[in-house]
Design a protein around this ligand. Structure first.
Ligand SMILES: Nc1nc2c(ncn2[C@@H]2O[C@H](COP(=O)(O)OP(=O)(O)OP(=O)(O)O)[C@@H](O)[C@H]2O)c(=O)[nH]1
Ligand SMILES: [Zn+2]
Length: 426
């Protein structure tokens, strides 16, 4: 498939969307029709996901004022499960994504149809939130060991699929504490699974109970809104001239979200005219490919190839997006690689871990382009989803520029899977 392509194929294909006129937004200005930015939501959720990463119990409050506790499966041991029971008086249940429940043979996949009336921003994050969560329960509650075996495909792979006796399965209500707990684990780049227990009726308020036990309290609704809010807090915090080999007239702009999360970078080569569609590459971080030159993927070639091609055409912008491993994070990507080494492809491996095949969100990319003054792009990609998502986020994609590199002897199957299962246009 790739052997016969030239080192960098840059054939272009016109898309139907016309170039939009430049409508750059001043830095920090809200877009018309958008809800105001709520930085308090962003900070509350960020604190909760840091706590979850530390292995702490987090209190989650529902819209009706009821409260429960959650801990990530990844960091949970017998002690944490006992603490969860002591704190709440409730029985521990496991919440996994619907994807993971499907892998376990406990649920059917849900269609990718968006639910209800979503704003464009909400729709853009919907795919990354996956398609629902499932609550697994058994009489007397689940043990930490059982939760690990159900949620983590790396635990006893030989006995995967052997389910504890008396296991029951129910769909988590969208917007519920359970759905929020699993989403928090996903946002924390942990395995997407949580152990939860509800506070038995004590007459205490959620805030009173959380304060008494020194637990971080977060609202389920804030977790659901987080992705959209955090994008609107992106601020340009620094920029500098950084001459690159083959692209000496280059500036790097750093954009920081208000949650303390990782910065995204815009690498602007030459002096692109904001009044015209800019040659753009949206590159998702790949530590292994970009930095180490891993041959498992094509990222390193695509990164350096994009810089070379933009320089050759005179100007353009490369967005370096902090969404490693198609949004699942480096640790989960390494887990996915181990699963691939057992014979599964890159899509299956994500799903076996409980993730969607691709969890990326392009709202930050659109926001950065807007803040840099660009409203229309000629996009260097083979991925049809990037074209769709960027357009949905309000950036006109007037042309696709193919960005194909030859296989390297290790990544043929990976590239084939992208073409056959993810629709990449090679
Ligand atoms: N989960 C997972 N992520 C991977 C794997 N191999 C590469 N990646 C990640 O995939 C992403 C590739 O990003 P891009 O090159 O921007 O995107 P793409 O979907 O290949 O689309 P184009 O290159 O634009 O055609 C990076 O975040 C990599 O870390 C894998 O096997 N599993
Ligand atoms: Zn890669």
């Amino acid at each position: 498939m790739h052997a016969e392509s030239s080192p960098a194929s840059t054939s272009t294909a016109r898309l139907s969307a016309p170039a939009a006129s430049a409508n750059a937004v001043p830095i920090g200005a809200a877009q018309s029709g958008r809800a105001p930015i709520d930085e308090a939501v962003v900070r509350a959720v960020d604190r909760a996901l840091a706590a979850l990463r530390r292995g702490e119990v987090v209190a989650i409050e529902s819209a009706d004022g009821t409260v429960g506790a959650a801990v990530s499966v990844e960091s949970v041991g017998t002690d944490a499960v006992a603490r969860l029971k002591d704190l709440t008086g409730g029985l521990p249940r496991l919440v996994v994504t619907r994807r993971r429940a499907v892998v376990l043979g406990l649920a059917r996949p849900r269609s990718a149809e968006p639910v209800g009336d979503l704003s464009d921003d909400q729709a853009a994050v919907e795919s990354s939130e996956g398609f629902g969560a499932m609550v697994l329960d058994r009489p007397g509650g689940l043990t930490a060991g059982q939760a690990h075996e159900l949620a983590d495909p790396e635990q006893h792979p030989e006995s995967q699929g052997v389910l504890p006796a008396g296991l029951s399965v129910a769909e988590a209500v969208p917007g519920s504490r359970e759905a929020a707990a699993v989403d928090l684990a996903r946002l924390a780049r942990l395995l997407p699974a949580a152990i939860t227990a509800d506070l038995a009726g004590t007459g205490q308020t959620a805030a009173g109970w959380a304060a008494e036990h020194d637990l971080l309290l977060v609202r389920a609704a804030d977790i659901a809104d987080y992705r959209v809010h955090v994008v609107r807090t992106l601020r340009r915090v620094a920029d500098a001239r950084v001459p690159l080999a083959g692209a000496e007239n280059t500036r790097i702009y750093a954009f920081r979200p208000a949650d303390g999360g990782p910065e995204h970078l815009a690498i602007v080569i030459g002096d692109p005219d904001p009044g015209r569609p800019v040659l753009a590459r949206l590159h998702s971080e790949c530590f292994t490919g970009d930095l180490l030159g891993s041959l498992r993927c094509d990222c390193g070639d695509q990164l350096r190839g994009a810089i070379a091609e933009i320089a050759r055409q005179g100007s353009g912008v490369l967005l370096y997006l902090a969404q490693e491993g198609r949004g699942i994070g480096l640790v989960n990507k390494l887990r996915a690689y181990r699963i691939q080494d057992r014979g599964f492809d890159t899509v299956d491996a994500n799903e076996i871990l409980g993730f969607e095949a691709d969890e990326r969100v392009y709202l930050p990319a659109a926001e950065m382009l807007r803040q840099l003054g660009f409203s229309a792009v000629r996009l260097m990609t083979n991925n049809p989803e990037k074209l769709r998502q960027l357009a949905r986020c309000g950036i006109a994609v007037v042309e696709r520029v193919a960005h194909i590199f030859p296989a390297n002897g290790h990544n043929e199957a990976y590239l084939r899977t992208k073409a056959e299962r993810s629709g990449h246009m090679f």
